[in-house]
Design a protein around this ligand. Sequence first.
Ligand code: NAD
Ligand code: GLY
Length: 368
Amino acid sequence: MTPATSNVFHEVPIDLGDRSYPIRIGTGLIGTASTWAGVPSSAHALIVTNTTVAPLYAQALSRAIAGKHQTIDVLQLPDGEAHKNWQTLNLIFDELLQTASDRKTVLYALGGGVVGDMTGFAAACYMRGVPFVQVATTLLAQVDSSVGGKTAINHTLGKNMIGAFYQPRLVVCDLDTLATLPAREFSAGLAEIIKYGPIADMAFLDWIEANMQGLMSRDPALLAHAVRRSCEIKAWVVGQDEREAGLRAILNFGHTFGHAIEAGMGYGQWLHGEAVGCGMVMASHLSQQLGLIDSALVDRITRIVQAAGLPITGPALGADRYLELMQVDKKTEAGEIRFVVIDKPGSAVMRPAPDAMVRQVIEQCCVA
Ligand code: NAD
Ligand code: GLY
C-alpha cells in the first residue's frame, strides 16, 4: 500500500530562533508523506520505538518517510518506565553504530514519553547531535513530553536526573493513535492537561471540568482541542524560557511530590501521570498551607483529578522518605527543596516550604 500524499493538520509553532519547529496535530498523520515535510532527507533513518508501539505504527511510519531516506531501520526497545535507563539508552547507541549511522541520520522517536525522552537524549549525544523527530503516540506525550526538548533517563536515585535540553525538528501528534491507548495511560495523559489550568489558564480548567466526561470517552473533537490548547500553553512557556531559568519550572506543578512517588514506589508502579495527578493535589494543599489559595480551589483541583480516573491519595512512603526523595530534584538548590505552588488561580511560582508544613501535607494526603 502506498502512503497518502496529503492531509490536513493544525500547526502550533515553537519559537526558539534557529531551533524553532512546528507541532503538527491532526488525524491520519503518521501514514501520510506530507506530514513529514521539512524533516531533512538523509541516506539513513532510525525509527526508535518499543515492543508495544512497533506492531501498531512502525510500518505506516516507515512507508510514509520512505521517500526521504534510502535505508530505514526500526529499533524496538523494551517497554516501560523501568527501562528508561543507561542499559536501554545503550541499545540505541549500539544500533546507531552497528548500522554505521552518520551525522545526517535522522532519529524518529515513535511512542510515548519514555521512548521520546530516551531517543531525544540519544540524538543529543550521538556524534554530539543528530536530528530527531518526535512522533508522539500517548496523550501525555502529545500534550507535554514531546514538546520543548527536555530529554532524559532515570537514575535509581532520582527521576530524569541525567539528560539534556535538545530540541526535535518536528513534533507530530496523530490523534488516531489515542484509540489504542489503554485506559490507565489515557488518564495519565489527562493529568498533564489538567496541569495547564491552575498554572496558566483558568478558562481552560473550566473547559476541562465541563468536558471531562466527553474527554474520558475520547470524543475526537474534544481531544483535538485539549491537545491543541495544551501545546499552545507549553509553546508559550518554552518560547520564553527554553532551559528553565525560571518560568518553565511552573510546568513542574505536582512533579516534586510526583517524582518522589515514582522513585519511591519503583519506576513503573505508579505511571508518571498518576503520580503527577496525585502530586498536584498535594501541591495544591501546600499552596493553601502557604496561604496562597483557598480550600475551594484545592477541592476543585482534587475533584477534577479524581474525575480523570487518577489517584488523589499518595502511597504510604512515610514523610521522612518523601523528604529524602524530594531532595533529589532538579529544582533543589543548596539542599533546599523548592515546590511549584499556585499563588493565585491561573498562576504558579516556585517556593521553599518549611519541613513541618510539608510533613503535614504528606500526612493529610497519603495513606497512613
Ligand atoms: P510511556 O512512554 O511509558 O507510554 C505509556 C504506555 O503506552 C507504554 O506501555 C507504551 O508502550 C504504550 N503506548 C504508547 N503509545 C501507545 C498507543 N498509541 N497505543 C497503545 N499503547 C501505546 O509513558 P508516557 O505517559 O507517554 O510518558 C511518561 C514519560 O514521559 C515519563 O518517563 C516522564 O518522565 C516523561 N515526561 C517527559 C516530559 C518532558 O518534557 N520531556 C514531560 C512529561 C513526562
Ligand atoms: N514537563 C516539564 C517541562 O517540559 O518543562
